[in-house]
Design a protein around this ligand. Structure first.
Ligand code: HEM
Length: 446
């Protein structure tokens, strides 16, 4: 892979093809930061037929999210997802997107989220009931169970704890098959034991489950507290409602976008706090003031300042959505460069969050960076774990409440001791996850 500065009058030196491919494969975030230092906020990656412009830093984000957003398309950026769903927020541009957002966004209003807090408490209690003092658990897997349970309750009202394994497998399989390179997608051998056949079966199971839920809600008149009921009842300004297929697509995107992201954030936060006793101590002091953490609700969350800072810092170092993609529909100009229509563009929250001029000593976990007075001084486009502009994460208010409630419950009752602190092998597709899980030893606090 070579790095070439965009449309340069003079070609800057490019990294040796083999050496940079290896560096990129091993540590893409470090590779982006290094390339930023060498070439500035815009550079191209090229390998074989792969040609992509990478843009980093606050000014670049502002151009992508706001100033020139109309020249970009999320639908073509995330086109791999089109094989799973066709008509959902992250696959719609322009007016179509604005219309869908008007329908979906109110389902995540804080007043509605208040009703979901009990699901978060219940999911934490269920997992904690299976834990014993001194046992080693993979906190990534534990976080996945909690967040999948929460998201399914919030979205569909369904308690999937009994069918967790089968559901999680079907979900992972469907999205992995769609988004990861796989030759069987093109060969399409519909035979027993081929991945193509297994994917078709997984898709059928997922569809059957979602359409059954939709039919049940419609029969009940769409009354219910969950997001599914909201989508069924929602009407646009012209009175039009979403079809079953549109409701299915939106719900599937919400499960996809809302589940892995929360899983990674929760697991990384537990790991980082385990490795940084000072930050953990400040949170434990704060939690002690509440006494019984099972009573923590929306009203108390604002007072958990130290916990909020630690979550912000976790999302800086490990933003689950570590890259974002856009197709370029019309020539895009930035500084002296032109990114031509028809090409692809990528931004990386993970790399931009590690620029030392914005976040000094960037690899250090330091929640104090997000102390309220310091956070207020940050350029909002330099810290973008939830994206920005029209496609800003619709689930942000839910995720923020969920992370705080789950962490408050877990950290009030258990100490999470890491078996290992230091660099963790990562998995980059599609979210920023630990490659081999995050094993931690549990110590009961009371
Ligand atoms: C810590 C948790 C989360 C993080 C870090 C996160 C991050 C993001 C980011 C960066 C984007 C923008 C992608 C882009 O512009 O290319 C996004 C979009 C989106 N997120 Fe989240 N997300 C989280 C949780 C959730 C949850 C809980 C839900 C829903 C239940 C959700 C639903 C969505 C949807 C539907 C979009 C597309 C919005 C649009 O296109 O208008 N996310 N998220």
């Amino acid at each position: 892979m070579s790095v070439i500065k965009q449309e340069a009058a003079e070609m800057p030196p490019s990294l040796p093809l083999l050496a940079s491919t290896v560096t990129f494969g091993r540590d893409p975030i470090g590779f982006f930061v290094k390339s930023y230092r060498r070439y500035g906020p815009v550079f191209r990656l090229r390998a074989f037929d792969f040609n992509l412009t990478v843009m980093l830093g606050a000014r670049a984000h502002r151009a992508i999210f706001v100033d020139q957003a109309e020249k970009l398309s999320v639908r073509s950026g995330y086109r791999l997802l089109l094989s799973v769903m066709n008509d959902a927020l992250l696959l719609a541009d322009g007016e179509r997107h604005a219309q869908q957002k008007r329908l979906v966004q109110p389902a995540f209003h804080v007043r509605r989220i208040e009703r979901y807090v009990e699901f978060m408490h219940r999911a934490a209690e269920r997992r904690m009931a299976t834990w014993r003092d001194g046992m080693v658990v993979d906190v990534y897997e534990e976080a996945r169970r909690m967040t999948l349970e929460v998201i399914m309750q919030v979205l569909t009202g369904a308690d999937i704890s009994a069918e967790y394994d089968a559901f999680a497998r079907t979900l992972t399989y469907t999205f992995d098959y769609a988004t990861k390179p796989n030759i069987q997608k093109w060969v399409r051998l519909d035979l027993p034991f081929t991945q193509y056949r297994r994917n078709r079966l997984a898709r059928r199971q997922l569809d059957s489950m979602l359409y059954t839920m939709i039919a049940r809600r419609r029969a009940e008149g769409g009354h219910g507290d969950d997001v599914l009921s909201w989508l069924i009842a929602a009407r646009d300004a012209d009175g039009s409602a979403l079809s079953d297929a549109q409701v299915r697509d939106q719900v599937l995107l919400l499960i996809y976008a809302g589940h892995d992201t929360a899983t990674c954030s929760l697991a990384w936060a537990l790991h980082l706090l385990g490795c940084h006793p000072e930050a953990l101590g400040a949170i434990e002091q704060e939690l002690k003031r509440f006494g019984d953490s099972s009573r923590i609700g929306m009203a108390e969350l604002a007072d958990l300042v130290q916990l909020g800072m630690a979550i912000d810092e976790t999302l800086r170092l490990y933003p689950p959505v570590w890259i974002g993609l856009r197709g370029v529909e019309a020539d895009f100009e930035f500084n002296e460069w032109r990114i031509p229509a028809g090409s692809s563009l990528m931004y990386s929250a993970a790399a931009s969050h590690r620029l030392p001029e914005v976040f000094p000593d960037p690899l250090r976990f330091d929640p104090q960076r997000f102390a309220p007075e310091r956070k207020a001084r940050l350029d909002p486009f330099s810290y973008i774990p939830f994206g920005g502009g029209a496609h800003m994460c619709v689930g942000k208010p839910l995720a923020q409440v969920e992370l705080k409630v789950l962490l408050a419950r877990l950290l009030s009752a258990w100490r999470f001791e890491p078996l290992h602190c230091g660099p963790v092998p990562m998995h980059y597709n599609p979210t920023l996850a630990p490659k081999h899980g995050l094993p931690m030893r549990l110590r009961r606090l009371r």
